[in-house]
Design a binder for this molecule. Structure first.
Ligand SMILES: [Zn+2]
Length: 300
C-alpha cells in the first residue's frame, strides 16, 4: 500500500512529461481488493487517506464480462463494485478501472507519457526499426502497440485481449505498465530518455532525466506559437471547451488546463507532424457516462 502511494507521487511529480492535471492512474491488488486512484484526483495528491478508491475485483468482473456490457453498464459496474473507505466515504474509482482489474499483475501503472506518443509516431513510420530498437534495449517481446482507441470500456477490452504483455504503448494516449516489481518504472524512465536521444528528440531526452521537468518544459516552449488546439490526448478532447476559453482569455487558467497545454506545446515543438486523435474518438469521449462523472468531480 505504501508502495502504491509512493508510485503515485513519483509519476505525479513528473509533470508535464508523464502526467498532466488529473490524468494517469495507478493500482495495487491486495487479494480480492483493488486499490486504485480515484476519479478527479491528481496523482501527486494521493496519500493514505486521500484519493484512493477501493474496488471489489470479483464484483466488477461480473459486470465487465457480461456479454451485453456497454458504456452505461461499465460505468454502473464501477459504481456497484466500489467499497466504502474506513471513514465511510465512497470515492469513485478511475474510469480506467477495467484494465486495472483484467490485468493480473499486482501493480498496474498508467500515465500520459509524452514520449510514448512519440514512440507510437515512430512505430507508425517504421515499425521494424522501432521494434528492433526496443528489443536491443531490453524491451522486446513484452511490448504491445495499440492504435488510438477510446478510453474506458473499449480500451479495457483491447488490453484484456492482449493481456500477455507487460508494456502497452497507447497511441495518442500514453503508456501502461503491469508488473510485480514497481522498479520497472525507473527502468522505463531511463528507456524513454534513451529512446528520445536515439530517435532525434534531444531536448525531450534531457527533459526525461530532469529533476525539475516542469521548469525545463516551460523554458523549452516559451517561444512556441500554436494557433489552434492540437488534440493529441483524450484529456485534451475532454477539456477542449475549457482549454479554448482559457486560451481566448474567457476563463481563468487552472493547473489542469495549464499542464495539458504545456504537454501539447512540447509535443508540437518536438514533432509538428504528430498525428492528432481520430475524430471518432474526440467527438465521443466527452459524452461517455464515465467522463461526465469525471468532469463533475474535476477541478473546473
Ligand atoms: Zn489515460
Amino acid at each position: 500500500m505504501n508502495r502504491l502511494i509512493e508510485l503515485c507521487q513519483i509519476v505525479g511529480k513528473r509533470v508535464p512529461i508523464w502526467t498532466q492535471g488529473l490524468g494517469g492512474n495507478i493500482s495495487y491488488k491486495d487479494g480480492s481488493i483493488l486499490w486504485v486512484k480515484a476519479s478527479g484526483y491528481r496523482l501527486d495528491a494521493v496519500s493514505s487517506n486521500i484519493g484512493l478508491a477501493q474496488v471489489n475485483i470479483d464484483r466488477f468482473k461480473d459486470w465487465f464480462f457480461r456479454q451485453e456490457v456497454n458504456e452505461e453498464s461499465y460505468s454502473q459496474g464501477i459504481e456497484q463494485s466500489t467499497l466504502p473507505l474506513k471513514n465511510g466515504d465512497f470515492l469513485r474509482p478511475s474510469m480506467e478501472t477495467g484494465f486495472h482489474v483484467v490485468l493480473k499483475s499486482t501493480y498496474v501503472i498508467h500515465f500520459h507519457s509524452v514520449i510514448a506518443l512519440l514512440m507510437a509516431h515512430e512505430y507508425r513510420l517504421n515499425c521494424s526499426r522501432v521494434s528492433d530498437w526496443f528489443a536491443e534495449n531490453g524491451f522486446g517481446s513484452q511490448v504491445e502497440w495499440l492504435d488510438s482507441i477510446r478510453p474506458g470500456l473499449l480500451l479495457a477490452k483491447e488490453i484484456h485481449r492482449r493481456s500477455n504483455a507487460s508494456v502497452w504503448i497507447l497511441r495518442n494516449h500514453g503508456i501502461l505498465l503491469a508488473t510485480e516489481n514497481p522498479d520497472l518504472l525507473e527502468r522505463w524512465q531511463n528507456f524513454e530518455a534513451q529512446f528520445a536521444f536515439s530517435f532525434g528528440y534531444a531536448e525531450m531526452a534531457e527533459l526525461c532525466m530532469s529533476h525539475q521537468p516542469l521548469i525545463l518544459a516551460k523554458s523549452l516552449v516559451k517561444d512556441v506559437k500554436l494557433e489552434t488546439v492540437k488534440l493529441y490526448f483524450p484529456d485534451t478532447a475532454v477539456f477542449l471547451l475549457e482549454l479554448s476559453e482559457a486560451l481566448d482569455g474567457k476563463r481563468p487558467w487552472t493547473e489542469n488546463l495549464r499542464e495539458i497545454w504545456l504537454a501539447t506545446l512540447l509535443l508540437y515543438k518536438s514533432c509538428p507532424e504528430l498525428e492528432e486523435l481520430p475524430l471518432s474518438i474526440t467527438s465521443s469521449v466527452r459524452g461517455l457516462p464515465t467522463e461526465k462523472y469525471r468532469l463533475k468531480s474535476g477541478d473546473l
